[in-house]
Design a protein around this ligand. Structure first.
Ligand code: IMP
Ligand code: MG
Length: 169
């Protein structure tokens, strides 16, 4: 058994995740009322959430990926290639913690002339916020806990687990 498996406790099951994803997709569809939408997925943790969410949204959709890292300041490892000028943009994030990453990304996207930029997150940890940032759609609000699974990693491991666990260190 791996070290991770010894210290992880079940937290959100795949069935619960699916319900949250479907609820969020319905809210998004209702709000955009048939308008085209660009989903922006920050790598890597959000890939499972993006893949699940997008198949429940029946709007005309484009997707793109961005990879940001924090090395003293936020840096772009991979930028989007989509022109978002005049388009509705929705950032699809799996978890918001300090708010640093998405605050940077939202400002940067706003500078490209989109019609709107909103944020959907599967999980929000508002108690950890260092920069004010209010997601427009939230699946689950949780306390200050470190989670793995469903895209969330501990030193790059655990992203492939279909359920979400609390990591007890
Ligand atoms: P922040 O909001 O800028 O602090 O960054 C949020 C990012 O930190 C997420 O996209 C995750 O990659 C990572 N992160 C935050 N909380 C957790 C967690 O509980 N487990 C695993 N990764 C996390
Ligand atoms: Mg991570």
């Amino acid at each position: 058994m791996s070290r991770l498996k010894e210290i992880m406790v079940p937290f959100i099951t795949r069935q619960q995740i699916k319900k949250h994803v479907m609820t969020l997709a319905k809210q998004i569809e209702a709000d955009y009322e048939g308008l085209p939408l660009v989903l922006i997925c920050p790598l890597k943790g959000s890939v499972l959430f993006l893949a699940d969410l997008m198949r429940y949204i029946t709007l005309p959709l484009e997707i793109d990926f961005v990879h940001l890292v924090f090395r003293g300041s936020t840096q772009i490892v991979k930028d989007i290639t989509t022109n978002v000028d005049g388009k509705h943009v929705l950032i699809v994030e799996e978890i918001i913690d300090s708010g640093r990453k998405l605050s940077f990304l939202k400002k940067r996207l706003m500078a490209s002339g989109p019609k709107s930029v909103k944020i959907v997150t599967l999980i929000d940890k508002p108690a950890r916020r260092e920069i004010p940032l209010n997601p427009d759609y939230v699946g689950v609000t949780v306390e200050d806990r470190f989670l793995i699974g469903y895209g969330l990693d501990s030193e790059e491991l655990g992203r492939n687990y279909p359920d979400i666990y609390i990591l007890n260190n």
